[in-house]
Design a protein around this ligand. Sequence first.
Ligand SMILES: C[S@@+](CC[C@H](N)C(=O)[O-])C[C@H]1O[C@@H](n2cnc3c(N)ncnc32)[C@H](O)[C@@H]1O
Length: 251
Amino acid sequence: MATHAGESTERHDQVWQRPAVASGYHDIRDGVPFVEAQFEVMHRLLDAAGIRVRKLLDLGSGDGIVTAVIAERHPAECAVLVDFSEPMMAAAHARFGSEDSGSKVDFVVGDLRSANWHDRVVAAGPYDAVISRYAIHHLPDEDKRALYMEVVGWLVPGGMFVSIEHVSSASELYEAAHDRLMSGSVVAADGADADAAAIENRYWTRENAQANILAPVDVQTGWLIDIGFVDVDCAFKAFELAVFSGRLPDA
Ligand SMILES: C[S@@+](CC[C@H](N)C(=O)[O-])C[C@H]1O[C@@H](n2cnc3c(N)ncnc32)[C@H](O)[C@@H]1O
């Protein structure tokens, strides 16, 4: 069960720095539903805005899966990945290689709740697109909003912020439906021979669930509008899985 915004001040997100949590996530990631649909929505948003992604910033990148998906259509000049989990960054290094091997990816080990990495991000920017997938919901609401405000300063005029995100349900009915969807999908992804009970148990008892601080998508799109983003909307939502975005006004 997720924490809802404002319920607790204790930090749980640091469980992501544990190798077992990072690898446990990679074990179930293929079971998350609507992955392809969400990536398609992301591509369509970038296309609709006429954005050719040359510089990309990926916040809470994990192993850089979204950066890799964008790079399939936009051979970027450079991408900057930010994550505070060494095991996740090791997985990103494994995916993209090192600078020595000609990688155009910069790996920034940084806590999204702190600003001590912002200089590096600014130095490599500004960015045509800033993306984040299933990461910012680990921050308390005030830190989510503060991060969205920073993003304004990191984008080029007309640049786009796209968040593929886990958001809160409107009521327990929707939360229960979401939970059933997730556990069923994780089991289904493991194939017909899977030990459904064991997989479900692993899903329900995963340590990182405690790190979720879910906020409603309309609250978050409201922040983007207040902060100065335009063309703000939630273009995809299936229960708690959303894609919301906004772009900066043109210069
Ligand atoms: C569910 S994983 C998503 C990873 C990747 N974006 C993906 O789509 O597979 C959440 C990621 O957020 C990162 N994360 C959580 N809290 C963070 C924080 N405070 N600062 C930096 N990264 C954080 C975790 O280390 C992890 O890589």
